[in-house]
Design a protein around this ligand. Structure first.
Ligand SMILES: Cc1cc2nc3c(=O)[nH]c(=O)nc-3n(C[C@H](O)[C@H](O)[C@H](O)COP(=O)(O)O)c2cc1C
Length: 433
């Protein structure tokens, strides 16, 4: 936040805002005007300030991991492959923490038909019940009372598997909800490492040194010490209660369903804490989800196909767009085949393009498909393949793959036209005021 403020990328709202709709409405309008983050200093019903849109820009995500503007996936892959050269954790004493009730936190209601206030930046830290390996993942949580949150655990997520394992033994699963973490913890929480892998190890690698950790008091867990707000608690076994409806990242409401119950045991707040709010389905939700889903596709495809330059899943993580440097005839189709197998949930449409196409601009991607070859021989429909896990009506079944690369051996014919010097033009020197 300090860096954003220094760069002029942190807007400040001083007047009081209502956490019911108004805070989300102002955030949406801010997002429509640019990528700045917004700090709400005065939110009704709480003494805590609220910050939003911290992660709502792809360029900012690249800066956070030291990647060039079109190199998030490559840099992320380097971090994944890099060896640990230092200790993973550094045990520290908890600083000045204040104990609070859940209802003293900002209780933000986002959409008209949401069942109530939700914690949308809630990162759950839990340990695999047998191995003790920690996992980080986001799960929006509905506020019910100071003792109870209700949580929808997506069946393909590691936390759902941990909870099931504990429940099969008749045990509660302890977890800590982290709100307001450092970027090096936020980014691994967005990413899906294999079940056995430790996402806090990745956080320490991004940080470049041991991750300071402090002990919780009511559960047997350590949490990143700089976390602004920590909610300690446990998932109750064999208890499900109504959660939802909630306005989801795909733009519609998920209906109410019987979901998991999280019993709140203790809430601690750091000195000068700031609460983090994410409005689902807006740039702050989508840019990180897209970037880390793309990194997952990149990691998989680059292991089986050469020449992969970059991947994006923008403008919604259901699509994967791959930029390649063609090395042989059919290279684009190989890349598509690998991408389709890289992620069972989100790859509804996969598109391969050449190195000279801007994959962050869908117009440019469709230009490549429409001008670099026939439509019929480069579009592949794969019927009846299950997609996104939460899909009772099968709306996300089926796959579409588009080879938008130019025909092999005809690069001269399809060379993009350019105007020499175009990118260096400073219009201020040409236009009179
Ligand atoms: C900003 C953000 C918010 C998210 N919110 C939710 C959520 O509310 N519920 C959910 O099931 N998944 C949500 N996800 C998706 C997953 O929690 C997340 O991608 C995580 O990496 C899954 O971790 P796992 O593979 O370790 O289980 C969110 C992802 C991001 C990036």
């Amino acid at each position: 936040m300090q860096q954003l403020a220094a760069n002029g990328e942190l807007l400040v709202v001083r007047r009081q805002v209502d956490p019911r709709y108004e805070l989300a409405a102002v955030t949406r309008q801010v997002q429509r005007t640019g990528n700045a983050a917004v700090l709400f200093e005065n939110v009704a019903g709480t003494s805590l300030p609220v910050v939003s849109n911290l992660y709502g820009s792809h360029a900012r995500l690249c800066q956070l991991i030291g990647a060039p503007a079109d190199g998030f996936c490559g840099r992320w892959n380097e971090l994944l492959q890099s060896p640990m050269t230092h200790d993973m954790y550094l045990d520290v004493e908890a600083g000045n923490l204040v104990q609070a009730a859940l209802s003293e936190l900002p209780l933000i209601t986002y959409h008209e038909k949401d069942a109530g206030p939700y914690l949308t930046s809630a990162i759950f830290l839990a340990l695999e019940p047998d191995t003790g390996v920690p996992n980080l993942s986001f799960h929006r949580s509905m506020y019910v009372s100071d003792r109870e949150l209700r949580v929808r655990l997506g069946s393909s997520h590691d936390l759902a598997r941990y909870q099931k394992k504990a429940e099969d033994r008749g045990q509660a699963l302890e977890a800590a909800i982290l709100i307001g973490v450092e970027p090096e913890v936020f980014l691994p929480a967005c990413y899906s490492l294999p079940y056995e892998a430790n996402e806090l190890e990745l956080a320490a690698k991004i940080l470049g040194q041991a991750l300071p950790m402090r002990r919780c008091q009511s559960i047997d867990l350590k949490v990143p010490a700089t976390t602004q707000i920590v909610i300690e608690g446990r998932f109750l076994p064999n208890v499900r209660r109504s959660e939802g409806p909630f306005g989801e990242f795909l733009g519609a409401y998920v209906p109410a369903a019987d979901n998991h119950v999280f019993e709140v045991l203790r809430v601690t707040v750091c000195e000068n804490a700031c609460f983090h709010s994410i409005t689902c389905g807006t740039p702050e939700d989508l840019r990180p989800l897209e970037a880390l889903t793309a990194a997952r596709v990149y990691e998989h495809v680059s292991r089986v196909v050469p020449g992969l330059i970059d991947v994006t899943t923008r403008p919604n993580c259901m699509i994967s767009i791959l930029k390649i440097k063609q090395e042989y005839e059919g290279h684009g189709r190989h890349a598509l085949l690998a991408a389709l197998g890289s992620n069972m949930d989100y790859n509804k449409v996969c598109i391969a393009v050449d190195h000279d196409v801007d994959i962050y601009d869908l117009d440019d991607v469709m230009w490549a498909f429409l001008t670099r070859g026939p439509a019929d021989q480069r579009a592949f429909v794969l019927d009846r393949i299950p997609g996104f896990y939460r899909d009772e009506m099968k709306d996300h079944w089926g796959r579409l793959a588009l080879d938008a690369t130019m025909p092999w051996g005809r690069a001269t014919e399809f060379e993009r036209k350019t105007i020499p010097g175009e990118n260096a033009i400073d219009l201020g020197k040409y236009l009179t005021k």
